[in-house]
Design a protein around this ligand. Structure first.
Ligand code: FAD
Length: 459
């Protein structure tokens, strides 16, 4: 069958579905195609299931520390991994089914289930059907990168996707990759009761962050007994005595970790390799990310790439914002640009890290005269009351414009409190406006004006 539409959307990640709904609402005939589970990574193997697991891990942690709060739990705390997984499956499954039901109920929208490939700049084939449209939007997302590593073809390894099927406690989980995904899984499994070793190639975990942030995160993990090995510049793996041995120096050194399971968390690669992009003339970069301009249009004028596959963001909120940019530009005649977006994200270990704007390294490179304010969480009343005083809050400000340049809140509530700063950054107002707000006591955010009153020149 050949069918004509006004728009085709490939993938039901975080930008495809809202775009489909918005186009269909203005009477465009839209097709949306999904090859696997509705909702994509965030819903099925990313944010939602991992944060659901993080919540179970937090419950286990708090139960073990009940006595600190005067709550006595006499029997040793046990984690039932089957129930942990069932809870995760229920939360993620409900979300995925909701996306499917929503899409299938939208007027003017036809849902196709199957793998889509371009046949030309205006046609896409799915399950033997050829769909044609003047506008095509690619929202195919990304998957776990499997790096070239000596011996990897000889062992079973896990990725963020296959981790979703685990309903038992690994004896010793080795996590290759000390970045956001690896650290969340690492702490979570330590709290479930596994031995955990995180192995990182670089000199420190989350090396993109400021050194004090990396160190603060490492301290939090080590305080709970997570082992971390950095500078594992060349890794090799092998099966030995029913276990997995990871050599950290394949040049012949003796550093090695033995574990029962191996999780690869070394980055992502875009799902663009089997999409027929060459047939459409859509260009990608060397890593397979689709090249787009600041309004997210590809090298072909009637094709857009939104979400992780364009390499301009790697988060649910950036993918959703891609939808907003494209929809407003197409339907409202605006010229919204991805350049207007301020970097912001969370690392959902416990306590979490909330980040907004530039790092100190980026600020130094820009040559700005900068002021910085910092306060340990031990001096934040709310953290003390909760007995969760690890971490710190840090804010950087441009000394000339008085605008906030960046912030890191590593501590209890940091993932929420960061938004007070982020919102002001979007207004481009001077930081002093925050000093006039009367914040609620006792909260983590109430200390933000205080920190801004203690700014010093950045070293
Ligand atoms: C473990 C983990 C934790 C994460 N945690 C967070 C978090 O806490 N916060 C956050 O903001 N982000 C997080 N992310 C990132 C977040 O999940 C993604 O940035 C987000 O899902 C945006 O993805 P997307 O819209 O680009 O597409 P995706 O969600 O990846 O969806 C793409 C969809 O396209 C489909 N598809 C692909 N190719 C084809 C094809 N050829 N034909 C038909 N369908 C196709 C796929 O099946 C998939 O359903 C996490 C990611 C991981 C892996």
């Amino acid at each position: 069958m050949t069918a004509s539409f006004d728009a085709i959307i490939i993938g039901t990640g975080q930008s495809g579905p809202p775009l489909a709904a918005r186009l269909a609402a203005v009477a465009r005939r839209v097709a949306i195609i999904e090859r696997k589970r509705f909702g994509g990574t965030c819903v099925n193997t990313g944010c939602i299931p991992t944060k659901t697991l993080v919540a179970s891990a937090y419950a286990a942690h708090l139960a073990r520390h009940g006595a600190d709060y005067g709550v006595m739990i006499d029997a040793p705390v046990q984690v039932d991994m089957k129930r942990v997984k069932a809870r995760k499956d229920a939360v993620a499954g409900t979300a995925s089914r909701a996306v499917e039901k929503w899409l299938k109920g939208i007027a003017n929208l036809t849902v196709f289930e199957g793998h889509a490939r371009f046949e030309s700049p205006s046609t896409v084939r799915v399950n033997g059907n050829v769909l044609e449209a003047n506008q095509i939007f690619i929202n195919v997302g990304a998957r776990a990168l499997v790096p070239p590593m000596q011996g990897l073809d000889q062992i079973d390894y896990l990725t963020n996707s296959t981790m979703m099927e685990i309903d038992f406690l690994p004896e010793h989980l080795i996590v290759v990759g000390g970045s956001y995904i690896g650290l969340e899984f690492g702490q979570m499994y330590r709290r479930f009761g596994a031995q955990v070793t995180i192995v990182e190639k670089g000199p420190r975990v989350i090396a993109r962050e400021d050194e004090d942030v990396s160190q603060g995160v490492l301290d939090i993990l080590r305080n709970e007994g997570v082992n971390a090995e950095v500078r594992a510049e060349c890794m090799a793996v092998e099966k030995r005595d029913g276990k997995i041995a990871v050599k950290l120096d394949c040049a012949g050194g003796s550093r090695e970790v033995m574990g029962s399971h191996l999780l690869l968390a070394v980055g992502r690669m875009p799902n663009t390799d089997d999409l027929g992009l060459a047939q459409a003339g859509v260009q990608t970069d060397a890593r397979g990310y689709i090249e787009v301009n600041d309004e997210l249009c590809t090298s072909v004028p009637n094709i857009w790439a939104i979400g992780d596959c364009n390499g301009r963001g790697a988060f649910t909120h950036t993918s959703y914002n891609d939808y907003e940019i494209v929809a407003d530009n197409l339907l409202n005649g605006e010229h919204r640009s991805v350049k207007d977006r301020i970097t912001a994200y969370g690392l959902f270990i416990d306590p979490p890290l909330g980040r907004a704007g530039m790092t100190e390294a980026e600020i130094r490179k820009s040559g700005r005269k900068t002021l910085v304010g910092k306060r340990p969480m031990t001096r934040v009343g709310r953290a003390v009351e909760k007995g969760e005083t690890q971490g710190f809050m840090k804010i950087t400000v441009d000394a000339d414009t008085r605008q906030i340049l960046g912030a890191a809140i590593l501590g209890v509530g940091g993932d929420e409190a960061i938004h007070c700063i982020l919102d002001v950054m979007y207004t481009k107002a001077p930081y002093t406006v925050l000093q006039r707000s009367v914040n609620i006591h006792p909260t983590v955010a109430e200390l933000i004006p205080t920190i801004l009153g203690e700014l010093k020149p950045m070293a």
